[in-house]
Design a protein. Structure first.
Length: 147
């Protein structure tokens, strides 16, 4: 079975999560709590779908191709920028599920002050991870020079 399409799906899911996060932020600023909740739940579900798809692709790639990573062939400052972005993306991506779970828990238990305070940290991190996920995809699959 060919699952080489999954990176494209993953980037789309990251972009959709980013849009849902931004819409959710706009909705809470407009004091539309129900719309905010719906956007944020959608962002969480889309991010979970991304995670399943990412792990599936990673596993498939290791079994079929033998390697787990797509190499980046850029050089100089672009290569440095790519790996700096990748490192920060990976480190922060490990935190997002815990932040998202805590934010959902706080909102579900009506602890809105704590939710709001944590969201000031969690939202920018989640947005950064979703956005850099798309940028990493673009650099690997569309802007990756041939060696």
């Amino acid at each position: 079975m060919d699952l080489s399409f999954l990176p494209h799906l993953n980037a789309s899911l990251n972009a959709l999560a980013c849009c849902c996060l931004l819409a959710g932020f706009a909705m809470i600023k407009a004091k539309r709590a129900t719309a905010h909740r719906n956007c944020m739940i959608t962002a969480a579900v889309v991010s979970c779908l991304f995670l399943v798809s990412y792990i599936t692709h990673y596993t498939w790639r290791s079994m079929v191709i033998g390697g787990t990573h797509t190499p980046y062939h850029g050089s100089g400052p672009l290569r440095t920028a790519y790996y700096a972005m990748l490192l920060s993306h990976i480190l922060l991506a490990m935190v997002v599920p815990f932040l998202a779970a805590a934010l959902i828990y706080l909102a579900a238990t009506s602890r809105f002050n704590a939710h709001r305070h944590l969201a000031r940290i969690g939202l920018p991190i989640w947005l950064y991870v979703s956005t850099t996920g798309v940028l990493i995809y673009l650099m690997l699959y569309w802007l990756n020079p041939v060696p």
